[in-house]
Design a protein around this ligand. Structure first.
Ligand SMILES: [Zn+2]
Length: 206
């Protein structure tokens, strides 16, 4: 498996691709908003997105999900986020962005283990930024969406945000044994050991 990354849009959202180097099939984590950029990335690197995993429903992460689904990608999200993707709650309206609603193909819950393009991916519910935010864990990598950032954490002032839940989720990540590379939904990559040391939330009491 090879990891590809791109950062796109005014909010510089991070999109990740886990690519099977034999079949050239890919899992995409948070496609972002720009559909044409995903298509160009597929063409330039010779892979095809077969599965789209969404950490949460916010438009900057899920804005092109309907278009990618139309192209054949299977879309996955938690039940809470699936409701937002279908009925509203993506923040698109707040930011004056267009958003095509969609019905996700597969609902994910905490503890699910997916086996996609030869990669085992564990689903962790890390609520707080939104009530259904997910972190995806595979090998020594964590894809944390807007839950955990480099020396920071996600905002909790949007609808369904919950600061106490976010603290619990971040501490749940810190409690994993060993070290992990952390690939967040925005900004720079980090590691769990770095965050255990320097993240403000590592010693906040609930
Ligand atoms: Zn968000």
């Amino acid at each position: 498996m090879k990891l590809y990354h791109l950062s796109s849009g005014p909010l510089r959202v991070n999109t990740y691709f886990l690519v099977d180097e034999t079949t050239r099939e890919a899992v995409c984590i948070d496609g972002g908003e720009n559909y044409r950029l995903i298509k160009k990335t597929e063409r330039d690197n010779g892979f095809t997105v077969k599965h789209l995993l969404l950490t949460h429903a916010h438009f900057d992460h899920a804005g092109n999900a309907a278009a990618l689904q139309k192209d054949g990608a299977i879309v996955y999200a938690s039940a809470q986020e699936a409701a937002k993707l279908k009925n509203g709650g993506t923040l698109a309206e707040n930011f004056g962005r267009a958003f095509t609603p969609l019905t996700v193909d597969a609902i994910l819950k905490d503890g699910d283990v997916l086996d996609l393009v030869g990669v085992k991916i564990e689903v962790m519910l890390t609520a707080g930024h939104t009530d259904g935010s997910l972190t995806f864990k595979t090998g020594d990598m964590l894809f944390t969406g807007d839950t955990l950032f480099l020396e920071s954490v996600g905002r909790t002032d949007f609808p369904t945000g919950d600061r106490d839940a976010l603290i619990r989720s971040v501490q749940k990540l810190f409690a994993l044994s060993g070290d992990y590379k952390v690939y967040p939904g925005h900004e720079e990559f980090t590691t769990l050991s770095h965050e255990r040391k320097y993240n403000f939330f590592s010693d906040v009491d609930i």
